[in-house]
Design a protein around this ligand. Structure first.
Ligand code: SF4
Length: 230
């Protein structure tokens, strides 16, 4: 199966409208930290709590005492570390980008990525979430769910973040809207069907899937690498 075919099949099957609802780039940056190691439901509640207190604002977060932020973030887990990382992000934006996330994100993609990766709590995946959803940059998010689907279907034998990201970006035109939708489709598929224990009988990919046809395993160790189109 080629990458385009994977997209078409998932897009015909799942609805992923309003995948990452947010009113500002800063809200997306905060959400990208909060969603680490938890589910979106707990993040949505915390974002609403921040909104209702007027705290979805760079300066307001920078000025808020750490303990107060921790108390609000508690439902998302790892709340002390997340509070520290969000405050570090706010402090950095205030010091270097006039408290404006877009001042950072409007730079050349690699320059923006380097700055994001220099901040605590922001690794490759979180940086790509911010670059894509907040910055509108064509950066594919190679999350574990993406590796799982590519692995089981037999499209790419790798759990390496950069390799998975490289394959997707080499097979797709650099279209941020399509990257965002494709990522959402893959996550939706992995959460609902290609789960830890996959529901292959109900899967829209089963006719082309290495695992379903008995040629693959339930892990992420697939069979072959697809050829890139460019
Ligand atoms: S057929 Fe099974 S293993 Fe393959 S993508 Fe679908 S759910 Fe996953």
């Amino acid at each position: 199966m080629e990458v385009d075919d994977l997209y078409r099949r998932l897009d015909a099957h799942y609805s992923v409208e309003d995948w990452w609802p947010a009113e500002s780039p800063w809200e997306i940056m905060v959400g990208a930290i909060l969603v680490q190691q938890t589910n979106w439901e707990s993040v949505a509640g915390v974002l609403e709590a921040l909104r209702s207190r007027g705290l979805l604002d760079v300066d307001a977060i920078d000025e808020l005492p750490q303990e107060e932020l921790e108390a609000i973030l508690r439902p998302t887990g790892f709340f002390r570390q997340k509070a520290k990382n969000i405050k570090a992000m706010a402090s950095y934006l205030r010091a270097h980008h006039r408290s404006d996330p877009m001042h950072l994100l409007c730079q050349d993609t690699e320059a923006a990525r380097r700055e994001l990766l220099s901040l605590p709590g922001i690794g490759n995946e979180t940086a790509d979430v911010i670059l894509l959803f907040a910055g509108g940059k064509p950066c594919f998010i190679a999350a574990a769910y993406v590796s799982r689907v590519l692995g089981r279907t037999g499209m790419l034998d790798s759990g390496d973040y950069q390799e998975v990201k490289g394959l997707m970006e080499s097979c797709l035109e650099p279209d941020p809207a399509k990257y965002a939708r494709f990522y959402a489709l893959l996550v939706q598929h992995a959460r609902t069907t290609c789960r830890s224990r996959p529901k292959c009988d109900a899967c829209v990919l089963s006719s082309e899937c290495a695992f379903s046809s008995g040629r693959g395993t339930a892990g992420s160790r697939p069979l072959r690498r697809t050829s890139a189109r460019r």
